[in-house]
Design a protein around this ligand. Structure first.
Ligand code: AMP
Ligand code: MG
Length: 520
């Protein structure tokens, strides 16, 4: 176990690539550079609000018992071995080319090597201005930092690839935010999250190099990414093979999001991890009432580009941008590149149906079962029950049902409004078809239920819970925040059934509970 402030950090990214070492923070374009040196701007009073014990243990980090360690987490202390930098990237935002973006308020401190040889990037979010801050302040508010801290850890415990969060620190400094971009700016408490991932590289890090026609840098970054993060990929065709793996990982990530009802909210290409991780937690949400057309992001209206059900096709579109960016590296093999991109669909659907089979407790998924899965989706979209509660109730479904009334009663806890006669009938028809299929299962009922329990979360970190926890935390009451920190660690158990409830009526239209803005 080692202390944050005294451990020897590595700096392999900055050693490998050209960057701007000036340390000047003035906003600017940085052609030819993959990063800029950017020291965190100290804050008034860094205080530790949360610490991820499990992650710290895995990484061999001692609890930050003294102020110097807490100062690292707040950006007030940069040790000798750290080289703080902001990475340069570009992106397509809401379908449009946005040019250079870069880490505007994220600063990588260095790379932490664990005894098993694995290396992790340590990055502060909200640590102050960088050359990529554009017109913004480089800071983050407590509200959005709590959301990133809790949700990235929640996704980890759900078993979904994600960046992690080690700590949450309050800064003692107010931050001005216009939460709904409606001219009502107000001060909110500031915070800094230290997040951890093998790499925070995004599709946008590759897009910027292609857009600037820096083919040598592009080749070097691609080779570096493959050697470091995909070391099993070798040989002449390695760029194509690597792209295939990025496609597969991204497709599988989308399947995982669909499994638990996660909506990212801002799937711009600068928010797409090259490692297939969930990254950059902003105006995300779980779906409460099942609705493929639901977007939690007010900035995403009215087009709803990033709605729940559109995420897989947006991921495919984003991979198309990445393919375009790496085209100069495979120029003789454009058709092959397109074929790899197209393979997203097969990978996605194969994994999606396999996942749905598990959600439903099926022993296998045949062509006929795919029809049943579509039937489930159609019925849920029509009835809009609470997705999480519906699947939990499905686990306990009696193997024989008498009539419509019995079925409606069984699922009652999941409904946001009373079902019409037509809706009740369609639910009954679905359940009849499902039970017929269950009767053909070659696995025992108990094994089928175990499979469902392992696939369907019982606790999800709903936005209204986060909203309440943040409100209380801002008043100095940590109770709910602490409870949520525990609950996220056991999402498949019934240990936290005090949270096993639909989104309450008051939260359905309330800002911060159903819809959020990008302002953070
Ligand atoms: P996002 O939508 O959060 O992924 O952010 C898009 C871009 O805006 C990224 O380059 C961010 O670093 C930058 N950005 C967002 N918020 C801030 C902020 N408060 N200060 C500086 N840059 C920001
Ligand atoms: Mg981002």
């Amino acid at each position: 176990m080692q202390r944050l402030s005294s451990k020897e950090f590595k700096n392999e990214f900055v050693s490998a690539f050209d960057g701007d070492d000036s340390g000047i923070l003035t906003p600017r374009q940085t052609p030819g550079q993959l990063y800029c040196k950017a020291k965190p701007t100290p804050v008034a009073q860094p205080a530790l609000l949360a610490w991820s014990e499990d992650l710290a243990k895995d990484l061999g980090i001692l609890y930050p018992a003294d102020q110097q360690d807490i100062d690292v987490l707040g950006g007030n202390y940069v040790s000798e071995s750290m080289y703080p930098y902001a990475a340069c990237y570009a992106g397509h935002q809401f379908g449009n080319w946005a040019g250079q973006l870069g880490d505007g308020r994220a600063i990588t401190l260095g790379e932490w090597e664990v005894t098993d040889g694995k290396v992790y990037e340590f990055q502060l979010k909200g640590a102050g201005l960088t050359p990529y801050s554009r017109r913004a302040d480089g800071r983050a508010v407590l509200r959005s930092s709590v959301r990133e801290y809790l949700m990235s850890e929640a996704m980890h415990y759900l078993g979904i690839p994600t960046t992690r969060a080690l700590s949450l620190v309050s800064t003692g400094e107010p931050v001005l935010r216009d939460m709904f971009y409606n001219g009502n700016a107000a001060y909110e408490p500031g915070a800094v999250v230290l997040r951890v991932a093998p790499s925070f590289l995004r599709f946008g890090n590759f897009e910027i190099l292609n857009s600037r026609k820096e083919t040598n840098n592009l080749r070097k970054l691609t080779e570096w990414t493959i050697t470091r993060y995909y070391p099993h990929i070798k040989g002449e065709n390695k760029v194509l093979l690597w792209f295939k793996e990025v496609v597969d990982r991204t497709a599988k990530l989308m399947v995982e999001w669909m499994r638990v009802g996660f909506v990212h909210g801002v799937m711009n290409t600068d928010n797409m991890s090259i490692l297939g991780l969930t990254i950059d937690y902003g105006p995300y949400s779980f779906v409460d009432d099942y609705n493929p057309d639901f977007t939690p992001n007010t900035t995403d209206l009215p087009g709803k580009r990033y709605a729940f059900g559109k995420q897989p096709s947006i991921a495919f579109w984003n991979l198309g941008c990445l393919a375009g960016a790496i085209l100069p590296l495979v120029n003789e093999q454009k058709d092959e590149l397109v074929a790899v991109l197209e393979s997203f669909k097969t990978t996605y659907w194969q994994n999606y149906y396999a996942m749905m089979g598990k959600k439903l407790g099926l022993d296998q998924v045949t062509e006929q079962d795919i029809e049943l899965i579509k039937h489930v989706e159609k019925t849920l979209a029509a009835i809009k029950p609470d997705m999480t509660i519906f699947y939990q109730l499905l686990i306990e479904l009696p193997l024989q049902v008498e009539d419509t009334q019995e079925v409606v009663k069984h699922f009652e806890q999941s409904f946001y409004q009373e079902l019409t006669e037509e809706e009740s009938n369609s639910l009954f028809i679905l359940i009849k078809a499902y039970l017929q299929r269950l009767n053909r299962n070659t696995i025992k009922r108990k094994d089928s239920q175990d499979l469902m329990r392992a696939t369907n979360p019982r606790f999800i970190l709903r936005n209204y819970l986060l909203h309440q926890a943040i409100e209380q935390l801002e008043k100095g009451d940590e109770k709910l925040f602490n409870e949520l920190q525990s609950a996220i660690r056991s999402p498949y158990s019934n240990k936290f059934d005090m949270f096993f409830a639909k989104r309450p009526e008051w939260a359905s239209e309330k800002a911060g509970c159903s819809m959020l803005s990008c302002s953070s």
